[in-house]
Design a protein around this ligand. Structure first.
Ligand code: ADP
Length: 531
């Protein structure tokens, strides 16, 4: 600790010199003196002494006045003031004590006694300072610890907030996923189930928590699921699961996912189940498999039909060929009856050859839809090509055929051969289902972004309820097959397939007894000038 500082106040120079001398001998080196009591206050402020030796009887400002000035400055601090006075009346003593003096010395004073008193007071002062210092250190420590605790509390609050936020985030994730998430206790009781799980099974949140896994697993799957749970609980393994669950109303759904080991807050083991509802996916899968099977069997069927058609043509050629030879009479004349029978054999053979050819076409066109060569096709030219191919049947039935291409009708964006095939099918139907001597008209016009073709006849017409199904395979109307021509009920089905494969659509307007208008559209090719 620092050397003690002492202030001596006495109006008598000699007294000051004497006290300075005594103090110096006693080893006090930091002594400040004044003979002017008016300076004491400012000296006190500058020096901050540990002891003040104060004369009471001074002219102008006496010791009592000085005491009064110092009292508020000293305040709670312990700075001893030793009063030196010749006036040691009890009144003066009391006044000085009340004024803040700590001790008295009578003048003239005894050097030893002065030294002793001064030493005592200084010691008390120093003890006091040390105590103050200690208190300061303690206070600082307390302040520091308080700061640390405040920091700790703030950190803990921050950590709690972060934990809550992260819990919130996980809860939101779990609650918003469409996967079925649940937690099971080791006895199979539900400890938790997310929204998707509850909603999918149709239970309320409260109901689920009163259930156990075995309430929602069908009886036949309990053993394998128990096996999986044993593995998860026993080995901590993550197990894939594929099972059914039964909801509240008895609705069964298929789920797949996995089971993993977890721990509850109290440390006991639990299983988290993450499942996905795959009922719809399984249904679609089933539909796809069934469709594949159906397609495979349908393509097998058409393959078989094609093979059969080929096989049938050979004997048919013999029947028709040899029949015609006999009919021609090259091997002798036939009786009228023989001639009629041979004629019947040949016609029946030709009819059958027509059917077989249809079946071959069917396969050819089915294959064709997969290999279209799309490009701009002038529709008028395609009509002319088709007209040539049906010329024989048109002539045979004495029909008239005309065509009209509207001005500005665009070319079709189509496969030429397929378009001709479509026209041939529609024209030969028009010829077939119109009484001999009828008129057939083909019209071509522009439709929005497309070209529209209409084939109109004044034939037998089609009832409204049949107009949609005639485009299905193997649909023929009326008891008499083909009325007068070969037919197998596949022409329109193939026609629609071809039109749709080229990006168009097809339909019919018709009334029984009045005739039919078969129409189809095809995408329009860009105008020739734009190419
Ligand atoms: P089909 O080989 O029997 O002609 P299509 O598929 O070409 O087979 O036609 C299916 C059915 O639609 C025909 O059997 C016939 O009853 C009816 N049909 C087709 N075109 C016409 C038409 N222009 N007028 C009246 N009926 C028609």
């Amino acid at each position: 600790m620092d050397e003690p500082k002492i202030v001596v106040v006495d109006d008598q120079e000699v007294n000051v010199a004497l006290l300075e001398d005594i103090l110096q001998q006693a080893g006090y080196t930091r002594v400040h003196s004044t003979t002017n009591p008016a300076r004491v206050l400012s000296m006190y402020g500058e020096i901050r002494p540990d002891l003040v030796l104060l004369d009471l009887a001074m002219p102008g400002l006496d010791g009592f006045a000085v005491l009064e000035q110092l009292r508020p400055v000293i305040g709670d601090d312990y700075v001893p003031i030793l009063v030196l006075t010749a006036d040691l009346t009890p009144q003066a003593k009391e006044r000085a004590l009340r004024g803040g003096a700590k001790d008295f010395l009578a003048k003239p004073f005894d050097v030893t006694e002065v030294m002793l008193r001064i030493a005592n007071l200084i010691e008390t002062r120093m003890l006091h300072r040390r105590l103050q210092d200690h208190a300061g250190i303690l206070e600082e420590r307390v302040r520091e610890r308080t700061r640390e605790l405040e920091d700790e509390v703030a950190e803990r609050k921050q950590a709690e907030l972060a934990l809550r936020e992260s819990e919130d985030r996980y809860r939101q994730l779990i609650e918003s996923t469409s996967d079925l998430v649940s937690t099971l206790a080791s006895d199979g009781r539900f400890l938790f189930a997310n929204r998707a799980f509850i909603e999918t099974l149709g239970y309320s949140a409260g109901e689920i928590l009163s259930l156990c896994l075995w309430d929602v697993v069908p009886a036949e799957q309990r053993a394998p699921i128990q096996g999986l749970l044993d593995k998860v609980f026993g080995e901590g393994a993550k197990e894939e699961v594929l099972s059914s669950l039964v909801g509240k109303g008895g609705r069964t759904l298929s789920v797949e996912g996995n089971l993993t080991l977890g721990h509850t807050r109290d440390g006991s083991r639990c299983v988290h189940a993450f499942l996905r509802d795959v009922t719809e996916r399984e249904r679609l899968e089933r539909v796809r498999r069934e469709k594949e099977l159906a397609e495979a069997s349908s393509s097998a069927k058409s393959e078989m039909l094609a093979n059969m058609s080929h096989e049938l043509r050979t004997p048919l050629n013999s029947i028709i060929g040899f029949g015609r030879v006999l009919e021609g009479g090259s091997y002798g004349p036939l009786t009228a009856r023989q001639s009629l029978y041979v004629h019947n054999i040949v016609r029946a053979g030709e009819h059958m050859l027509g059917l077989v050819n249809d079946l071959l076409d069917f396969r050819k066109i089915e294959g064709k839809t997969a290999r279209l060569d799309i490009g701009p096709v002038p529709v008028g030219a395609a009509i002319a090509d088709a007209a040539m191919m049906v010329a024989a049947v048109i002539a045979e039935r004495r029909h008239s055929l005309s065509s009209r291409v509207a001005e500005g009708a665009p070319d079709a964006l189509a496969d030429h051969d397929a378009l001709v095939q479509v026209l041939v099918n529609l024209l030969s139907n028009a010829a077939k289902y119109t009484e001999p001597g009828g008129s057939i008209e083909v019209r071509v016009s522009a439709a929005e972004g497309a070209v529209k073709v209409e084939v109109e006849d004044r034939g037998i017409g089609i009832r409204a309820e049949d107009q949609e199904r005639i485009f299905d395979y193997f649909v023929q109307l009326g008891g008499k097959r083909g009325q007068s021509m070969n037919g197998y009920g596949i022409g329109l089905a193939l026609t629609r397939k071809l039109v749709e494969a080229m990006g168009g659509s097809i339909g019919v307007r018709s009334a029984p007894g009045e005739g039919s208008v078969f129409w189809f559209t095809l995408p329009a090719a860009p105008a020739r000038g734009d190419q």
